[in-house]
Design a protein around this ligand. Structure first.
Ligand SMILES: [Zn+2]
Length: 306
């Protein structure tokens, strides 16, 4: 959608496994006798060397699926991205090439945030690597017996086989959201809160109790283009502003939103270039996220079942 960057939110946080965790690598053991049947995904990191990690695409996929579930639970129309009736497939079938605004208007709430085949995402998860102090603990993986469960019948299909799991250590994660509406931050806040409570497992064999994690918020940065603060009508120190505050003229069908007063306001010096607010107190970050849940609730109240 719009190419101009207006608001941006960046959250640095830690992910810690609370038990066995497995993000599968594409490589299965095959004929290599030194590999387990299912191995944790690894990469060559420029500073850490060869290490297991949590790919950003896996983290995003997990959070997206969970947000889809939340959306359906509250009665929103949410597409199934794998189905033929997904927003992406539907738009691909249209004869005429639609404009950015037309595409955006036509999307379900989840695709508006996470993107799909014909529109880029507003949400990015960076690859999460072990923190410097826990590289050894994270890479000191364990072997577990696994049994593959047939997803339809629930019968045991194959196995038992060996799984490589991470059980200790901490991963450094980063979430970035650009050109967001406040309700979208609220939805992400609900998903992160549930993940922090261990209710959103990640990776393989979630139904077998793997993938429990906890989150710790470290730093939240919110930034805006400075010239809007200079103009005087936006108070970046006191309010959180969604994309509609920045006068994007084309009709994207945005949900109308008032600025959200921040629970921990602060002084912001007007300047040219970008203005950035930094929160480094986990309680402040949680309070701000909690405030955005109201924006999500307002969106749901106006949009569900309609
Ligand atoms: Zn959709």
């Amino acid at each position: 959608m719009h190419k101009r960057l207006v608001n941006e939110l960046r959250l640095d946080f830690l992910i810690a496994p609370q038990g066995p965790l497995l993000i599968k690598s594409g490589k299965e053991a095959g004929a290599d006798p030194t590999l387990l049947d299912m191995n944790f995904v690894r990469t060559n990191h420029i500073e850490l060397g060869r290490t297991v990690y949590l790919p950003g695409s896996s983290l995003k996929g997990t959070v997206r699926s969970y947000c889809e579930k939340i959306g359906r639970t509250v009665g929103l129309e949410v597409c199934n991205p794998l189905s033929d009736e997904s927003c992406g497939r539907r738009l691909e079938r249209k004869a005429r090439r639609a404009s950015g605004a037309e595409i955006y208007r036509d999307l379900c709430p989840i695709c508006r945030l996470f993107g799909h085949t014909v529109m880029a995402s507003h949400v990015w998860f960076a690859d999460a690597y072990p923190t410097p102090g826990t590289i050894k603990a994270v890479n000191d993986t364990e072997e577990r017996d696994g049994v593959a469960i047939d997803r339809i019948s629930g019968a045991v299909a194959v196995g038992p086989f060996q799984l490589e799991v991470v059980t200790r250590g901490v991963f450094q994660a980063r979430l970035t959201v650009r050109n967001f509406q406040l309700w979208q931050v609220g939805l992400l806040a609900v998903a992160l809160r549930d993940m922090a409570d261990g209710r959103v497992p990640i990776g393989f064999a979630k139904s077998r109790g793997l993938g429990q994690v906890t989150l710790t918020y470290q730093r939240l940065q919110i930034s805006y283009p400075g010239q809007f603060g200079q103009a005087g009508d936006l108070n970046f120190g006191a309010n959180l502003y969604g994309v509609t505050a920045f006068g994007i003229e084309e009709d994207y069908g945005f949900f109308p939103e008032a600025p959200l007063p921040m629970p921990a306001p602060r002084q912001v010096k007007p300047e040219w270039g970008r203005i950035t607010l930094t929160f480094e107190d986990a309680a402040d970050i949680e309070a701000l996220f909690k405030a955005t849940v109201r924006s999500w609730a307002d969106y749901v109240a106006q949009s569900a079942g309609g």
